[in-house]
Write a protein that binds this ligand. Structure first.
Ligand SMILES: C[S@@+](CC[C@H](N)C(=O)[O-])C[C@H]1O[C@@H](n2cnc3c(N)ncnc32)[C@H](O)[C@@H]1O
Ligand code: SF4
Length: 347
């Protein structure tokens, strides 16, 4: 289901914009209409009131938590089942954040990413993206949503932007707390700069990973052929336009992109720019030869970059101890069913 279809249906039932907004707000804020604890609905049109239980049931059928895997760092990975049996991962992050998936699989095929190994299976619809937030909000508050789960948002931009608009307006999430992460695709830059950006301008994370154009082609084989310089230039334009700094993502892989030349390259590209570098040590994937650098090594790299004028944050991908790395949980679950362990704190 698309959010635009849902809006049209509500309008066809006689909903005014304020009714429509309220129904959608209740959904995304995880307040079911049939909980019995709601205030009376008497000022909604009769046709809409009568249709609400069926609409609620449809929304509830969009996605469900198949299993929950708490990590030691306060994060928890959720394996989310979609109505056709496909699965995606969402990650509850410490400090009220949520990482959502925008595709089942991904066509970019990054050589260090589990999701990239299986190619694109299907798009996640706008309503399914929002449903991941609704499910998470039944477990914990969600004040920040990052599109850093499975999939490349640029390849599913309509659904992603529709979900962002709903989350930023009815969902009550601050616009700069909606973070679209991409390998850097001209379609994203055009859309975010153009008149079609919509009512909500999200923050942007750009997955850079290397300062060398040739290496980037190897690591991100089907990413658009933008050079690292092009990506940073586009990032700067968006930072000026939106007022938000850009988050540059760097998956740190031992012996691949952690050497002195790369550090010089990072300084050349990012020093003085409106952005920060998120350095994430590679999360080990079985059967791949890549190695994760030691935490001490990663820390000394981050400290060096910092001292050379690049604001650098060293981050661990949340949920390391419970199959960290996007898509690993899903891949493992296809082989071995996971236990269902739900701790709902709201009806
Ligand atoms: C899974 S992607 C999804 C968003 C988008 N496709 C992108 O690449 O920015 C989010 C981030 O996860 C990182 N990532 C993927 N596989 C990883 C791994 N094995 N270890 C650490 N980070 C990883 C990517 O580098 C990317 O910055
Ligand atoms: S890192 Fe992002 S773009 Fe690359 S394969 Fe994984 S999900 Fe796709």
């Amino acid at each position: 289901m698309l959010i635009s279809d849902l809006r049209q249906r509500l309008r066809a039932l006689g909903a005014l914009p304020k009714h429509e907004q309220r129904v959608l707000r209740d959904w995304v804020q995880a307040k079911p209409h049939d909980s019995g604890r709601r205030r009376p609905e008497h000022f909604l049109p009769l046709a809409l009131r009568e249709a609400l239980p069926a609409i609620d049931a449809e929304l509830a059928a969009l996605a469900r938590v198949v299993s929950e895997h708490p990590g030691e760092d306060g994060s928890a990975r959720l394996l989310v089942g979609l109505s056709d049996g496909q699965m995606v991962e969402s990650v509850l992050l410490p400090r009220d954040g949520l990482c959502v998936s925008s595709q089942v699989g991904c066509a970019v095929g990054c050589t260090f990413c589990m999701t990239g190994r299986e190619g694109l299976i299907r798009q996640v619809t706008s309503a399914e993206i929002v449903a991941q937030v609704v499910l998470a909000r039944r477990l914990r508050p969600v004040k920040k949503v990052v599109f850093m789960g499975m999939g490349e948002p640029a390849h599913n931009l309509e659904n992603v932007m529709e979900a962002i608009a709903l989350l930023g307006i009815e969902g009550g999430i601050g616009h700069k707390n909606l973070v679209l992460s991409t390998v850097g695709d001209p379609r994203v830059f055009e859309r975010l700069h153009g008149p079609d950006v919509g009512p909500v301008k999200p923050a942007l994370a750009l997955s850079l990973h290397t300062s060398k154009a040739e290496l980037r082609k190897e690591l991100l084989p089907r990413a658009p052929r933008l050079s690292p310089e092009d990506i940073v230039e586009a990032g700067e334009r968006y930072a000026r336009f939106s007022g938000y700094p850009i988050q540059y993502q760097w998956t740190l892989i031992e012996g691949v992109n952690d050497g002195p030349e790369e550090l010089d390259g990072i300084v050349r590209l990012l020093k003085g720019k409106r952005g920060l570098l998120n350095m994430i040590p590679y999360n080990q994937i079985p059967d791949l030869d890549y190695r994760r650098p030691s935490w001490e090594r990663a820390r000394s790299i981050a400290a060096e970059l910092h001292s050379r004028g690049v604001l650098t944050k060293l981050r661990d991908s949340a949920g390391q101890d419970v199959d960290g790395g996007c898509g690993q949980l899903r891949a493992r679950s296809s082989a071995t069913p996971q236990p269902i362990r739900l701790k709902l704190n709201r009806p």
